[in-house]
Design a protein around this ligand. Structure first.
Ligand code: 26W
Length: 836
C-alpha cells in the first residue's frame, strides 16, 4: 500500500499528465476532442485535489497520533473565493502543473478563470475566517474549521438600468465542486421543537439537580462535506467541515403508504431548506426563524462531531478544556455554549456547576462590531418553541450569573437589569452577545481601538465584573499568500528579487527591509511599473465587463481612487459620492489654466447592499446616477479629469483584480464604527495609500508604516463622536457651504429625478446625521487635496508607497493566529514529521 501510495503522490511531469488525462476520461467522461476550457479546468482541479487529499490524510493521521489540544473555529461564514491557484501555490506545484499541461498544449494559468468563487460569506468576517484557515495551516496548528455548506452563496449583484442593484441566486454548486469531499459516513441527527420532560425526581431546571429530557418533534440529518486547506510551504493540510442538511429518511414510509406522497416530499424539502441559503445580511440580524434553525443545526452537528472525537480518547470530562478550544466567530454560533451545557448535564449527567466550569474553559468569543443594531437578539417566544430545553438552560445560566453579580453589587438592581442575558420589554429577548461573554473565558475585539470600545463601552459592566483580563485585543490580519503573491504576482516577484528570497511570504516582517530602497531610483521605477501594469489590467477588465455606456476606456494614467466594501451607512460611501459631486462642480467652474493643475482621477466603487437595506440601495442608486451624468458630460476636457465606475458584483476574485490597481483607497467610516477593516491592509500591502479616519485598523496601520504623514487622515476622533452627535442633533451647527452646494445640485435635478434622494439628504442637514457626514465633510475634500498634491510628486508618492508596504509585517494573519494561539487557545504547532 505504502509504495503504491507514494507513487500516486508523485508530481513529476508525466505523473501530472497521466492524472490529468485519467480525469478527462474517467471523471468527466470526455475526450481530447470535446474538451473545452471548463473541462480542462475540471480535470486539472481533480488532479490537484488528489494531491491535496494525500497530504490531508497524512495530516489528520498525524494529529490523531500526536493528540494535541485542538482548536475549532466555528463560523457561519467562510468567504473562500477561488481555490485552484491558491492550492498549487501553497503546495509549490504551480510550475510543475504549468509545465506538464504546456507540453500537452494547454495553458494552466488560463484555466484559473474558469472557477466560480465559493462565496459562503458576506464580507469582512467571512473572509477573515478564510485567511485564518490559510495561516493556521501554514503554521501547522492543529485546527479545524466548521461551517455550513449553503446551496446558495452570497447573491450575484447586477445593476439594472444603469442604477439599481438587483439580486440573482448564486447557485455555485451547479457543476459539482471538486474542492470538497462528501462524507456520507459522517452524519448526525439534529432535533427541533418538541417538549421538555422533567427527570425522574421531577425537578427539571432546579439548581443542583437540573437534568431534563428534551424530546424534539422534528429531526433532520447533518451530513459532512470536507474542504481541505493546504498550508504554504508545509505538508500540513487542514480541514473545513461544512454541514449540509438532509431529511432523516428519504421519505416517511407511513405517509407514503397512506398515499401522501406530496407530504413526504415536502418534509424532504423542509429539511434541505436549512442549509439552502446564506443570509445576505452584514451587520443587521435577519430575525428569521430559519436563521435560528441554521445556527442551532450548525452547533448541534459540530458539537456531536467534536465530542465524538474527544470520547475516542477515553479521558474524563475534566480533560475537555485541555483537548478542545472553541472559537466563536461572532455570536452567530453562540448557541453552542448552551448546547454543550445541555449535552453535559442532560445526556452525560454532569453536575450543573461542574459542566458550566468546563463550558467556560472551552469557549472564547470574537466580537466584530459595536453597532447596537448589529447585535443579535432572539425573541424568547421563538427560542422557547424551537428549542424549549435550550431556553430553560439560558434562563438558568442567567439566574446563576445574576446571582453572582448581586453578590458583588448587592441591591444594585439597575446593574442586574443592564447585565441580564434576558432583555425585558414588551417582548422578552435573549441577548446573544451577553450569553457569549458569560459563557466564554476570553472575549476579543479585532483592532486596538475596537477592543478598547468593547471593554469600555459595549461590555463595560462585564469588564468591571470579570476584570479586564477577560477582554483582549487581537488585531486582524490577512494572508500575504492570496493577497500579495496570488493577487499580484508582479509585485511579489519584484519584492522577492529585491529582498533576495521569498522568505517574506512566511515572515511578513521581512518586508521592512524594503525601506532601505524607498528612494532607490531603479527600484522606484520598477515599483511604478508594476502599479501601471495592474491599473492597465483593471482598465481592461472595466472595458470588457462593466457597462460603460460607450464612454471609452478609463485612463490608466489617472489616479485610481477605490472604495470597495459592503454598502453601509456607517462606511459612508454616501460621503464619498458627495465628495465626487463636489469635485465635479469645482472642475466644471475651473478655468483652462486651473484645470491644467488638476490630477485626473478615476473613482471606483464596488459593493453589495443587503437586499432589504433600503438606504444602502439608495446609495448605490445615487452613485450610479452621479456616475452616469459625470461620464456623459459634454465637456470632453472635463471627462479626462474625472470619471466614475461602479464595478458590479464585488467578490473575492474581483478584489484580487481591483486591490493591486489602486493608488488610493477609502476607509472613511465614522470614527468608532468600523471594528477593524481588512481591505485597508490588503491595499497597503499592494502599495496603495489610504485616505481614512482614525478608525479600526487604520490607526495601527498608520503607526506601523511610520505615522499619518504616510497616509491621509481626516475627520472627528472616536472620543469626540458622542458629543458631536448631540451637537448635530440638538444644536444644528452651521452646515458648510460646500456641502450645501452639493446637496442643492442633487436636489435641483442635475443628476436626474431627485425625489428618491430628497429624504436621505434632508435628514443629513436636519437632525438625522447619525454618522456625522456633515461634520467630517469639510475636512474630507481637504484631505483629498493633500492626496492630489502628493500624487503630483511621483518620486515622493512612490517612496510613500514603498514605505507603506514595508510597514505591513504586523498585519499578516500568521501573526494574528499566533496571537490567538498564545493569548486565547493555549495550543502549539504540530508540524508533520519529516517525510522519509
Ligand atoms: C447577524 C447579522 C450580522 C451579520 C454579520 C451581524 C454582524 C455581522 C458581522 C459582524 C459583520 C462583519 O463582517 N463585520 C466585520 O468584521 C471584520 C472582521 O473582523 C472587520 O474587519 C470589519 O470591520 C467588521 O465590520
Amino acid at each position: 500500500w505504502n509504495k503504491i501510495r507514494k507513487d500516486c503522490e508523485s508530481v513529476d511531469t508525466s505523473s501530472i499528465q497521466r492524472s490529468f488525462v485519467n480525469h478527462v476520461y474517467s471523471t468527466l467522461a470526455r475526450t481530447p476532442y470535446n474538451l473545452d476550457e471548463f473541462g480542462a479546468y475540471q480535470a486539472a482541479a481533480h488532479s490537484v485535489r488528489d494531491q491535496l487529499i494525500h497530504k490531508w490524510i497524512s495530516t489528520q493521521q498525524h494529529f490523531t497520533r500526536s493528540n494535541p489540544k485542538r482548536v475549532y473555529y466555528l463560523s457561519l461564514e467562510f468567504l473562500m473565493g477561488r481555490t485552484m491557484q491558491n492550492c498549487v501555490i501553497n503546495m509549490d506545484m504551480e510550475e510543475a502543473y504549468s509545465k506538464a499541461l504546456r507540453e500537452m498544449g494547454l495553458a494552466f494559468e488560463t484555466l484559473y478563470d474558469q472557477e466560480t468563487d465559493a462565496a459562503l460569506g458576506n464580507g469582512g468576517l467571512g473572509r477573515l475566517a478564510a485567511c485564518y484557515m490559510d495561516s493556521l495551516a501554514t503554521l501547522d496548528y492543529p485546527a479545524l474549521g466548521y461551517g455550513l455548506r449553503y446551496t446558495y452563496g452570497i447573491f450575484e449583484q447586477r445593476i439594472r438600468n444603469g442604477e439599481d442593484q438587483v439580486e440573482y441566486p448564486d447557485y455555485w454548486l451547479r457543476f459539482t465542486n471538486p474542492w470538497e469531499v462528501a462524507r456520507v459516513d459522517v452524519a448526525y441527527p439534529v432535533g427541533f421543537y418538541g417538549s421538555v420532560h422533567n427527570d425522574s425526581a421531577g425537578r427539571a431546571g432546579q439548581p443542583g439537580q437540573p437534568a431534563a429530557r428534551w424530546e424534539p418533534a422534528e429531526f433532520v440529518q447533518a451530513v459532512a462535506y470536507d474542504v481541505p486547506i493546504p498550508g504554504y510551504d508545509t505538508d500540513t493540510v487542514l480541514n473545513i467541515r461544512l454541514w449540509s442538511s438532509k431529511p432523516q429518511r428519504q421519505f416517511d414510509l407511513s405517509s407514503f403508504n397512506d398515499g401522501e406522497y406530496e407530504k413526504s416530499v415536502a418534509e424532504k424539502q423542509r429539511a434541505e431548506n436549512i442549509t439552502s441559503v446564506l443570509y445576505p445580511n452584514d451587520n443587521t440580524p435577519a430575525g428569521k426563524e430559519l436563521r435560528l434553525k441554521q445556527q442551532y443545526f450548525f452547533v448541534c452537528a459540530t458539537l456531536q462531531d467534536i465530542l465524538r472525537r474527544f470520547s475516542k480518547l477515553n479521558l474524563p470530562w475534566s480533560e475537555l478544556p485541555n483537548k478542545v478550544g472553541i472559537q466563536l466567530n461572532d455570536t452567530h454560533p453562540s448557541l453552542g455554549i448552551v448546547e454543550l451545557q445541555r449535552v453535559l448535564v442532560d445526556e452525560h449527567g454532569l453536575e450543573w456547576d461542574i459542566a458550566w466550569a468546563l463550558v467556560q474553559r472551552v469557549y472564547a468569543y470574537t466580537n466584530h462590531t459595536v453597532l447596537p443594531e448589529a447585535l443579535e437578539c432572539w425573541p424568547v417566544s421563538l427560542m422557547e418553541r424551537l428549542l424549549p430545553r435550550h431556553m430553560r438552560i439560558i434562563f438558568d445560566i442567567n439566574l446563576y450569573f445574576l446571582r453572582s453579580v448581586e453578590q458583588r453589587f448587592p441591591g444594585d438592581y439597575e446593574r442586574l437589569r443592564r447585565m441580564s442575558i434576558i432583555e425585558e420589554g414588551h417582548q422578552q429577548m435573549v441577548r446573544m452577545a451577553y450569553l457569549a461573554v458569560v459563557g466564554s473565558h476570553t472575549v476579543n475585539g479585532v483592532a486596538r481601538i475596537h477592543s478598547d470600545l468593547v471593554r469600555s463601552k459595549l461590555f463595560r459592566d462585564f469588564a468591571e465584573f470579570y476584570g479586564d483580563d477577560k477582554f483582549v485585543n487581537i488585531t486582524n490580519g490577512i494572508t500575504p499568500r492570496r493577497w500579495l503573491h496570488v493577487a499580484n504576482p508582479q509585485l511579489s516577484a519584484l519584492i522577492t528579487k529585491r529582498l533576495g528570497s521569498n522568505r517574506w511570504l512566511k515572515d511578513l516582517t521581512e518586508l521592512s527591509r524594503l525601506k532601505a530602497f524607498a528612494d532607490d531610483e531603479d527600484f522606484q521605477q520598477e515599483w511604478r511599473q508594476v502599479k501601471r501594469t495592474r491599473k492597465e489590467s483593471l482598465a481592461e477588465y472595466i472595458q470588457k465587463h462593466v457597462d460603460t455606456a460607450g464612454e471609452g476606456p478609463v485612463n490608466s494614467e489617472a489616479l485610481f481612487d477605490v472604495q470597495v466594501k459592503r454598502i453601509h451607512e456607517y462606511k459612508r460611501q454616501l460621503m464619498n459620492i458627495l465628495g465626487v459631486v463636489h469635485r465635479y462642480l469645482r472642475i466644471k467652474e475651473a478655468s483652462a489654466e486651473e484645470r491644467r493643475d488638476i490630477v485626473p482621477r478615476v473613482f471606483i466603487f464596488g459593493g453589495k447592499a443587503a437586499p432589504g437595506y433600503h438606504t444602502a440601495k439608495l446609495i448605490i442608486k445615487l452613485i450610479n446616477r452621479v456616475k452616469n451624468v459625470i461620464n456623459a458630460d459634454p465637456d470632453a476636457e472635463l471627462r479626462k479629469l474625472i470619471r466614475v465606475v461602479y464595478i458590479p458584483n464585488y467578490s473575492v476574485t474581483l478584489a484580487e483584480r481591483i486591490i493591486p490597481a489602486s493608488d488610493i483607497s477609502e476607509h472613511i467610516s465614522t470614527a468608532g464604527t468600523e471594528a477593524s477593516g481588512t481591505s485597508n491592509m490588503k491595499f497597503v500591502l499592494n502599495g496603495g495609500l489610504l485616505i481614512g479616519t482614525r478608525d479600526g485598523a487604520n490607526v495601527e496601520i498608520a503607526e506601523h508604516i511610520g505615522g499619518w504623514d504616510l497616509a491621509f487622515e481626516f475627520g472627528a476622533k472616536a472620543e469626540e463622536v458622542d458629543d458631536l452627535r448631540n451637537k448635530v442633533r440638538y444644536l444644528r451647527p452651521e452646515i458648510h457651504p460646500a456641502f450645501r452646494r452639493v446637496v442643492e445640485a442633487i436636489k435641483s435635478g442635475q443628476f436626474g429625478d431627485s425625489s428618491p434622494f430628497v429624504n436621505m439628504l434632508d435628514r443629513l442637514v436636519s437632525d438625522g446625521d447619525y454618522y456625522l457626514i456633515t461634520v467630517d465633510f469639510p475636512s474630507y475634500p481637504e484631505a483629498q487635496e493633500r492626496v492630489d498634491a502628493a500624487y503630483k510628486d511621483q518620486k515622493k508618492w512612490t517612496r510613500m508607497s514603498i514605505e507603506n508596504c514595508a510597514g505591513m509585517g504586523f498585519f499578516s494573519a500568521d501573526r494574528s493566529v499566533q496571537d490567538y494561539a498564545k493569548k486565547i487557545w493555549g495550543i502549539n504547532p504540530c508540524p508533520p514529521p519529516p517525510s522519509k
